[in-house]
Design a protein around this ligand. Structure first.
Ligand code: PXL
Length: 321
């Protein structure tokens, strides 16, 4: 059986945590085949955009049209579209798509706070792109920009999601991660219904590319035939697990850069893996079991696997130095 095909129209993130790279990793993890139409090249590290080079709008159009003609694309997502000309070109090509399943992530502001879209481009989003979408996925900053007033609590999120759904004639998933409560709650509105999607908020994790991963996962699930509410529920779980695993991955990297590991109990405490009684009986086994536990946990998550490769490379470099 061939896997469903999903297209992302997005920017390239050199640090590969966001943008088309994050989308592709998510598609692969969810068992769909990912295609890309690149809109711009962003030189950046997590949290710091250095430079953005837009692609020629014509090459953006050509990538999309070529892919639409040659692949059975089951769902599409848009990420960073960079400027007004590219947004307009994307709208023109997407209007021609029949039976469109389109997730629009209105990437307007980077996590670092950098504004990524000019006002003219935002106007085209609102007038032309949003009405073509199956779902739009603004975060609180983006929704605040679209509505012109701040959204301070959950009740205001419900009102904002409903208003945006009516205003643009599309379903809305308003992401509330930025509210900084004990739960990370998102509000879905499709005009007639409003649903909350909730997960534990993990403070202190530096996130980069979670919005991209979230919308890519929704598009992947839609391509597999899921209805919107189910696609969002699956995607929310994946993003939360990626954020949790990222935490494990950071510890893993730190631990493996240590020249002399400390005691097993100490290591276990730091790794938040409590050795079981049988392991306690034999320190040598505990060390190995602990490593295997951390490793197998991390290896279950593809984004963490990338972190592990990086940590292995760092170790090699340190040994060679
Ligand atoms: O996370 C937003 C985002 C999306 N796409 C690209 C980016 C960024 C953030 O910097 O670089 C390409």
């Amino acid at each position: 059986m061939t896997p469903p095909v999903v297209l992302t129209i997005a920017g390239s993130d050199s640090s590969a945590g966001a943008g088309a790279q994050a989308d592709l990793k998510t598609f692969t993890a969810l068992g769909v085949y990912g295609l890309t139409a690149i809109t711009c090249i962003v030189a950046e590290t997590p949290g710091k955009v250095s430079r953005i080079q837009p692609a020629d709008p014509e090459i953006v159009r050509e990538q999309i049209e070529l892919l639409l003609k040659n692949f059975p694309i089951a769902a599409i997502k848009t990420g960073l579209l960079c400027n007004a000309e590219i947004v307009a070109q994307v709208v023109r090509t997407l209007r021609k798509v029949k039976r469109r399943r389109l997730v629009v992530d209105p990437v307007m502001i980077a996590t670092s706070g950098r504004v990524l879209l000019e006002p003219e481009a935002i106007q085209i989003y609102q007038r032309d792109l949003f009405p073509l979408a199956t779902l739009i996925t603004p975060n609180l900053d983006e929704a605040t920009g679209l509505l012109g007033h701040p959204i301070r609590d959950l009740a205001a999120m419900h009102r904002a999601a409903r208003t945006l759904a009516t205003k643009y004639g599309t379903a809305v998933l308003l992401k509330g991660g930025h509210l900084r409560g004990r739960r990370a709650i998102d509000v879905f509105s499709s005009g007639d219904r409003t649903t909350e999607y909730s997960a534990t908020f993990l403070p202190g994790v530096k996130t980069h590319g979670t919005g991209c991963t979230y919308s890519a996962a929704i598009a992947a699930e839609l391509a597999k035939g899921a209805e919107l509410p189910r696609a969002i529920a699956v995607a929310k779980k994946i993003v939360s697990s990626a954020i949790r695993s990222h935490f494990v991955s950071e510890i893993w990297t730190r631990e493996n850069l240590r020249p002399q590991p400390t005691s097993v109990a100490d290591r276990a405490k730091r790794c938040r893996v409590i050795p079981n009684r049988a392991d306690n009986a034999s320190p040598a086994r505990t060390e190995g079991a602990l490593n295997r536990e951390i490793h197998s946990r991390a290896m279950r998550d593809p984004s963490v696997r990338a972190g592990l490769v990086l940590s292995a490379r760092l170790r090699m470099t340190i040994r060679m130095a």
